[in-house]
Design a protein around this ligand. Structure first.
Ligand SMILES: Nc1nc2c(c(=O)[nH]1)N[C@H]1C(S)=C(S)[C@@H](COP(=O)(O)O)O[C@H]1N2
Ligand SMILES: [Mo]
Length: 433
């Protein structure tokens, strides 16, 4: 098969990721040092510890062994491996406690093979073609010298984040809430390049291509190729980036250069970016069709056979919040009467307008203190101090409400075969005394 229209010869060679092992020892999991899996959460099917309940689908035979921790150069061993080939790892909520997610704690999502790191990042080429007046071919070095760089702190979130809460289980990586992170991205607005290229009136949609090889090794098959409506591509927050937290963008996160399309499913944020083709219609690359990154228009019966005609593309991600401290399963000395909580919240293209917490299974709620974002698409950190009436077992529940009034539900609703849009409240269990 010939290479797809937008596919450059890869700038870097790929190697077969299957020859590497990314699993660390299970010892961390066993000690419960990072995630306290030892305390059960109430009401989720007979007191199964949450970590196990979430890994229950048949697709995850490792469930009984507990979380499998990541072993990867430069990465925190608290990350949990959801898949080895392709490599996918999520960040437990308690590791998302930093204002800016450090690179070592940032989640990893690959669909294909991980390319070998390029030896000459400045010579990396990006092409912009399709429905433009002037096709652009630019190296990363030229991009850095010709355009004005900006830095913004923005959330990147996998479209499937929250999927593990669906019942019956939905197909795909069983993300809990850890398919998200918030980093400082440095690069140029994609709009600046599109303006230089000159969009034709027919320009409707983008199509993104990259250098990572398909798992099959077939160079003619894009691993994943998604796109966005031209309005989103022209949003000044949609960026081509080469810097992450002040460092050169690491290879595992798509270095030397990637897209960041904030607020929308992370799959639009093409890593190892080589080409953007402007199309006169919705893109149809791998990841765009049937049930991929799509939600049911007319809500369907959970688990039923789905009809592709009833699906529309997922764009903005739903409102979500996490408790980042304490960790699920934390134990406290007897007699403490209050608990300080910290967390994060975000809402796709929207803002979070209110954050609430409960210590009594949602019978009563208390408003948390919500911080302002640094810039649009930054997450909003929150804090709260809750009183505990006695020693014993408590659950802390957290829920965010977005700027249009939508609040996180108790359950992952609006079931769809690949489990998008699941934004159930985050719950942790704690034990006092
Ligand atoms: N080239 C390429 N880009 C990609 C992917 C991929 O497999 N290949 N995965 C996408 C998905 S599904 C997500 S959620 C984000 C993950 O980015 P990260 O690994 O830096 O966290 O990258 C996106 N960009
Ligand atoms: Mo993703």
């Amino acid at each position: 098969m010939a290479r797809g229209p937008g596919r450059n010869p890869p700038n870097g060679k790929s190697f077969d990721g299957s020859r590497r092992r990314f699993l660390g020892s299970a010892s961390l999991a066993a000690t419960g040092a990072i995630i306290g899996g030892a305390l059960p959460l109430a009401g989720n099917g007979g007191g199964i510890p949450q970590a196990h309940a979430q890994a229950a689908p048949a697709a995850a035979p490792a469930a009984s062994k507990g979380p499998q921790h990541l072993k990867f150069p430069g990465k925190n061993e608290g990350l949990v491996v959801l898949g080895e080939r392709p490599l996918v790892a999520e960040t437990p909520e308690s590791l998302l406690d930093d204002e800016t997610t450090p690179i070592d704690k940032f989640y990893i999502r690959n669909n294909g093979q991980i390319p070998e790191e390029t030896k000459n990042p400045e010579a990396w080429k990006i092409t912009i073609d399709g429905e433009v007046n002037n096709k652009i071919e630019i190296t990363l070095g030229e991009l850095k010298s010709k355009y004005k760089a900006v830095t913004r702190r923005m959330v990147l979130e996998c479209g499937g984040n929250g999927r593990a809460a669906f019942s019956p289980p939905a197909r795909g990586n069983q993300w809990t809430n850890g398919g998200a992170g918030c980093a400082e991205w440095t690069g140029v607005p994609l709009a600046d390049l599109l303006k230089a290229a000159g969009l034709k009136p027919s320009a409707k949609y983008t199509a993104h291509y990259a250098a990572d090889l398909h798992l099959s090794g077939d160079a003619g098959k894009p691993t994943i190729s998604r796109g966005v409506r031209i309005e989103k591509a022209m949003d000044p927050n949609t960026m081509i980036v080469w810097g992450m937290n002040g460092q050169p963008l690491p290879n595992i996160h798509g270095g030397p250069v990637r897209l960041v399309v904030p607020g929308w499913a992370g799959s639009a944020s093409q890593k190892w970016l080589t080409r953007i083709t402007i199309r006169d219609r919705e893109h149809d690359g791998p990841g765009m069709t049937e049930f991929s990154y799509r939600l049911a228009i007319k809500p369907m019966v959970p688990g039923d056979k789905a009809d592709p005609a009833n699906f529309r593309i997922l764009e903005s991600m739903p409102v979500r919040s996490i408790i980042t401290n304490p960790a699920n399963g934390a134990k406290f000395a007897a007699g403490i009467k209050e608990l300080k909580l910290r967390g994060a919240s975000w809402a796709g293209d929207l803002m979070v307008r209110q954050m609430d917490v409960s210590t009594d299974f949602g019978a009563t709620w208390q408003q948390a203190r919500l911080e302002k974002p640094k810039n649009k698409y930054d997450w909003q950190r929150w804090t709260a101090t809750v009183k505990l009436p006695s020693d014993g077992y408590f659950e802390i529940w957290a829920r965010a409400t977005d700027s249009k009034g939508a609040m996180q539900p108790h359950l992952a609703g609006f079931w769809n075969p690949q489990g998008y849009g699941g934004n159930a409240m985050h719950r942790i269990a704690v034990l006092v005394g």
